[in-house]
Design a protein around this ligand. Structure first.
Ligand code: DP6
Length: 307
């Protein structure tokens, strides 16, 4: 029986995706922009099953219940789109410890979309792969590309290749590795429905897109980092003002945010961004990594990642 293997990297959004304008099609309320992190990957093997059921394991753990259903729903969309009646055996492994709190559905669904494309010789273009991955998890549509990716509505596309800015680094600081209490999917629905700040953030965040593209083009770390940090703070303000309130931050998250600001006062250029969890990603340049990790982050475990 044919088994294919596919790999995809994680990505971190500088201008965030948070909310869908179409839940069924997984279309976003606004554009988002990310950097792809090839140091964090998911490798997935896919083959056709001889049974009428999908069998899925992640990091050697067989999935059941809600976790499995999320992937089966995606496989159902794939089957109906391409008129395929097979079921699958899927085995997925992350290059980073799942427990590190970095595990992202983005690399997982991007790798699965690539694997299915290969298994059926569909010869999908990167844009079509991006559209397919989006149906699994919105942020996965950006993980099809290396470097900088922009997601607008149906698909993402590459804006700059990694060699545009080889000195750029992301330090992922692990402050807690517990699974989040409220999933992004549920929290973003609640944010749209109940946060009084949400519509303003959508407008302001969309306006940041051309500004950040310009900053990246000019390799202006200060401008790019400031826009990313502001977008993150405003997204979390929306999340924190939902009813009932959701707070992904823990005391260590705030300590690190202050630490980054302190480093900037000491003329070390670095900026933070935070997704739907407590871990902090610090954006900086190669030459400042040692100073940041050794001096400022002493007790925290972190990964340093290039583009
Ligand atoms: C905070 O892509 O995981 O990381 O589309 O419902 O699967 P679903 O959500 P998901 O949300 C990611 C949210 C984010 C911001 C981002 O990556 O842009």
């Amino acid at each position: 029986m044919q088994t294919v293997t596919a790999q995809a990297p994680a990505n971190i959004a500088l201008i965030k995706y948070w909310g869908k304008r179409d839940e069924a099609l997984m279309l976003p309320t606004k554009s988002s922009l990310s950097i792809t992190l090839p140091g964090l990957t998911t490798t997935t093997t896919v083959s056709k099953s001889s049974t009428q059921e999908d069998t899925i394991s992640i990091d050697n753990k067989k999935l059941s219940g809600k976790d499995k259903q999320k992937i089966v729903s995606f496989l159902n969309i794939f089957r109906s789109t391409y008129n395929i009646h097979d079921h699958f055996l899927i085995d997925s492994k992350n290059s980073f410890p799942t427990a590190a709190g970095l595990a992202s559905s983005a690399s997982g669904f991007a790798a699965l979309a690539k694997g299915l494309n290969t298994l059926y010789n569909l010869e999908l273009s990167p844009e079509e792969l991006s559209q397919l991955a989006r149906r699994g998890s919105g942020s996965a549509c950006r993980s099809i590309y290396k470097g900088f990716a922009l997601w607008e509505d149906y698909e993402a596309r590459q804006l700059f290749t990694p060699d545009h800015w080889p000195e750029l680094r992301v330090i992922a600081v692990i402050v807690n590795n517990q699974e989040k209490k409220v999933s992004s999917r549920v929290a973003m629905q609640q944010t749209i429905k109940t946060s009084p700040l949400y519509s303003q953030w959508v407008t302001r965040s969309e306006q940041r897109i051309p500004q950040i593209i310009n900053a990246i083009k000019n390799k202006d770390l200060h401008m790019m980092g400031s826009l990313a940090e502001q977008d993150c703070i405003e997204m979390h303000a929306c999340i924190q003002t939902t009813k009932p309130a959701i707070d992904y931050w823990i005391p260590e998250t705030r300590v690190l945010m202050q630490q980054v600001q302190k480093l900037r006062h000491q003329k070390i250029p670095c900026y933070f961004t935070i997704d739907a969890g407590p871990n902090v990603k610090i954006i900086t340049l190669d030459q400042h990594v040692n100073q940041i990790t050794q001096v400022a982050l002493g007790e925290f475990f972190c990964y340093t990642l290039a583009l």
